[in-house]
Design a protein around this ligand. Sequence first.
Ligand code: C5P
Length: 220
Amino acid sequence: MDKKINIAVDGTASSGKSSVMSAVAKQLGFDFIDTGLMYRAYTKLCLMNNIDFSKEEQIVSLLDQFDCQYKENDRIFVGQEELTSFLSDYEVAENIKYVAATVKVREKMVELQKKLAEPKNKILVGRDITTVVLPDAELKIYFDSSAEARAQRRFLQNQRNNVEPNVYEDILRQIQQRDEWDKNRAVGALTIAPDAWLFDTSNINIDQAIEIVIEKIKNL
Ligand code: C5P
């Protein structure tokens, strides 16, 4: 692609946005930035520093030392320390909602993400990318899929990866709870930008989704 562009992507949890868009990025030779990993890395940093998540002043106290860097193959470093393998920890998942709802944390993340996107040819994926981080991106996509389809996909993925416990009803409940938090928090809530392309992945597989997105980009 000759023209330099940015692609901003938001969507519900487990809607396939990261899997699809990282494959699209590879095909296009774009950098893929999963901004959820930044919120996860900051939550891990808080846990490493025994932060009390009920106290906002404690949560924001580590912002100055949060120099998050993305390396090849989705590896995340804060300072010299690699946090990649901790980002799916149960404790991270349990506490991330406090971090993601803190205004000063979001301001810092948005600033870092805008800077990452400046050179263009980036795909950023998250919850507030199309609305707050890159509202002027050349293409904005909102991924969605029914909660049941997302739970089923996650259930099969867990089966393949031998993740235990793996109970469909629990996964469905967690997904519905995350939707609720993501859509209703006071700052950085997940909303559909008026000019975003709505992409429903309920009834298609990942290869079909990649093909449809590539076609859409070719026609920009
Ligand atoms: O996308 P992922 O599930 O890894 O996101 C982890 C958490 O970070 C989610 O709870 C989501 O609400 C939050 N997040 C956010 N803003 C973003 C990306 C993720 O608040 N841009």
